[in-house]
Design a protein around this ligand. Structure first.
Ligand code: ZN
Length: 402
């Protein structure tokens, strides 16, 4: 998607989760980058900890913060209820129970997770390739929640929590007003904003812009993000937030125009283009999510689930369609041969998928499916896209007994 393959390659090299080493980013402000980042603000009344990591890295974050300060933990803020941000409290709880603050939708998210454990494991198996993924259920619920904004005074300092919707409906960004430090949570993830994810619940690109409109005037000197590297310097922070705002607005405006033109969903996705003016920005590369997926989320938000094609309203199953297509083509072998022949990767993958659906026991079909999705994954910039393609490869390998 990007016109700047060297930029996207460099960002991929860094890795979506690569945020650097733990270090002091401002006086008494210690930042621990992990899979999801965590920040300890040390005050005269103890630590204000913004996010505490996934369960496996909780001890790592605790160890580094404890090497930096022996102050007690006063308050934990969850920037949202995703499990990579709020499951690492165990080593802290051994020291005592801190106040736990989050947006009022975080408990509802935990309740939803408890209803859908199998689904969450399935989704994350595909997205991250965690085959033996076990979804956590031992949430530490917040004891303090808020709706729009909440100002905490701790150790004589102001910490302003502001709610916005973006990646999630339960998000908070924290403004350490007296330090000029913005802990953004996942409103900043150092790549294309995660408001497209193909497997997860509704995301909110338009409200994300509203959150940027609130963050930009703060004039932060340091931005400590939910994922990826920190940004330092007021002009650098402002530039980055303003660019991402412009990126989302372009996709939103194009999508709304195509929706208002009454196009079917796939035509809308084909028409909307990621804005070229930001193609060279290292922090707007499609290494986790993709602009096409953001378009799909906007379609879902504003429209219904029907894709615009009448046969798809009450369709034959895809397996039934595939059997008919294979029969018309003259057999599964013809589909496989054509799939291996044509250069359009997306079309070739449809052919291979029809072949496997028409006859899952056909080894040539499974091998073709395996090979084509492996190639597709190798060419794919986004972790979410790669996750789905590599899941297909694993399924084909299982069918082949490999
Ligand atoms: Zn996150």
């Amino acid at each position: 998607m990007s016109d700047q393959p060297s930029v996207v390659a460099a960002v991929q090299q860094r890795g979506f989760f690569g945020g650097g080493d733990p270090k002091e980013m401002a006086p008494r402000t210690f930042h621990v980058p992990t899979m999801a980042n965590s920040t300890a603000f040390v005050t005269d009344e103890g630590i204000v900890l913004v996010d505490c990591g996934v369960v496996q890295v909780g001890p790592h974050i605790h160890k580094h913060v404890r090497e930096y300060t022996s102050e007690p933990l006063n308050t934990v803020v969850y920037t949202h209820g995703h499990v990579d941000h709020c499951m690492g409290l165990a080593p802290w709880l051994e020291e005592g129970r801190p106040r736990v603050v989050a947006h009022e939708n975080v408990p509802a998210r935990f309740e939803r997770y408890l209803k859908t454990v199998g689904l969450q494991e399935h989704i994350n198996r595909i997205q991250f390739g965690f085959e033996d993924m076990r979804w956590p259920t031992d949430y530490v619920f917040p004891d303090t929640t808020y709706r729009d904004s909440l100002e905490l005074e701790i150790g004589g300092e102001r910490f302003v929590l502001t709610h916005g919707k973006g990646e999630t409906d339960d998000a908070t960004f924290v403004w350490a007003a007296d330090r000029g430090v913005l802990a953004s949570g996942d409103f900043w993830i150092s790549c294309v904003p995660n408001c497209g994810n193909p497997q997860k619940v509704q995301r909110y690109p338009e409200e994300w812009v509203v959150a940027f409109d609130k963050m930009i005037p703060l004039g932060a000197e340091v931005l400590l993000p939910g994922h990826g590297p920190a940004i330092t310097g007021a002009s650098e922070v402002k530039q980055a937030l303003t660019d991402a705002r412009g990126y989302l607005i372009s996709i939103i405006d194009q999508t709304l125009e195509a929706l208002n033109d009454g196009l079917p969903h796939d035509e809308i996705v084909a028409r909307v283009k990621a804005p070229a003016e930001f193609a060279d920005r290292p922090y707007l590369q499609p290494v986790y999510d993709r602009p096409e997926f953001i378009v799909r989320n906007l379609i879902r938000l504003h429209g219904g689930w029907w894709d615009g094609y009448p046969a798809d309203l009450m369709p034959a199953t895809l397996t039934e369609q595939a059997k008919e297509i294979a029969s018309l083509a003259g057999g599964v072998g013809k589909l496989v041969a054509r799939a291996r022949e044509i250069s359009d990767a997306a079309l070739a993958c449809h052919l291979a998928q029809w072949a496997v659906l028409a006859d899952p026991s056909n080894k040539d079909a499974q091998a073709c499916y395996r090979d084509l999705f492996k190639n597709r994954a190798a060419d794919e910039t986004s972790l979410m896209g790669r996750g789905i393609f590599m899941h297909a490869v694993r399924e084909a390998k299982k069918a082949l007994g490999e």
